[in-house]
Design a protein around this ligand. Sequence first.
Ligand code: 5GP
Ligand code: MN
Length: 331
Amino acid sequence: MTEASPNQLSEMWPGLLAEIQAANHILLASHVNPDGDALGSALAFSFVLDQLGKSHEVLFHHPAPKYLNFLPGIERITNQPSGKPADLAIVVDLEAIGRIGETIYPAIAAAKKLVIIDHHQPNERPGDIRIVSTKSPATAAILADLWLPNNIEISPEIATLLLVGILTDTGNFRYPNTTPHSMHVAADLLEAGAKLTAINEAIYLTKPLPAVKLFGKALSNLRLAADNQVAYTTLRQSDFTNSGAIEEDTEGFVNELLAIDTVRMAAILRESASGRIKISIRSQGPIDTTQVAKQFGGGGHINASGAHSDETIEVAAEKLVEAMVQCLASS
Ligand code: 5GP
Ligand code: MN
């Protein structure tokens, strides 16, 4: 079942709780380049495991982006598994095993049982136990549905972490994945003591200067296609070096391109230090970005997906725009 309702999700908690209670040691993890939902969900789960008195580790291949360093419990994340045998790995916000990251993958693979809690379009369907709902706007919203009706005490820390996941994955309730239920859940989290002002200060009202300079470069590299309905831009390593920006500073750029009034599908291609090209694609309405991402071996959600390419940034951009124009024409 990938369209579980909030009630169906809440009914899945006792089974998962039994697995947790039977485990001696648990690993929590999520995807590479963690975002607000990945970190918020994993750290919220860490506080819940504390409540349940369970020994556990929170494993992430990459460190947290700076703008999420304010998250309660952020000091818990590590990319160095202790090596202690684990009965259970609970991996949140993940649809493809390759996105766990190689530093922590062996530890996750060695756990006796794998639980996946996720809201992406199912891809490889990993996991012995899968709690997946594509109707939920965030993995954090799924966790809220597991815990709020089931007598888990939602501390201000847990409430803040879950709200971060919901806010960042809904673009502060601007994206079409926002549901009435997710707004009710957010209200419950505020009542439980979520620190909304601190979240907004850290995530939305603060921008590093190098990020603003890099955005200027992204705008000056802007290209349009299909009667201005497709927008895309490229950022090379030299653009990062010249502005002093780092990869995480590109967060949100592609959404700014999508905000151009004529644009229905937007993408950004950025060159990482290794030379690999990271692609982010966004769309409006029924235009399915996963159709494009899949052509590059990636995936994601209908309106937001991503992929990687080993071609040069020029070749990747050319292929990408062709795929986007074609996707738009067939939508
Ligand atoms: P972003 O563009 O913000 O990196 O990613 C948007 C969405 O696309 C994420 O929700 C993520 O699940 C998905 N995504 C990003 N990169 C990849 C990738 O390389 N492979 C797959 N399968 N999905 C990706
Ligand atoms: Mn998510």
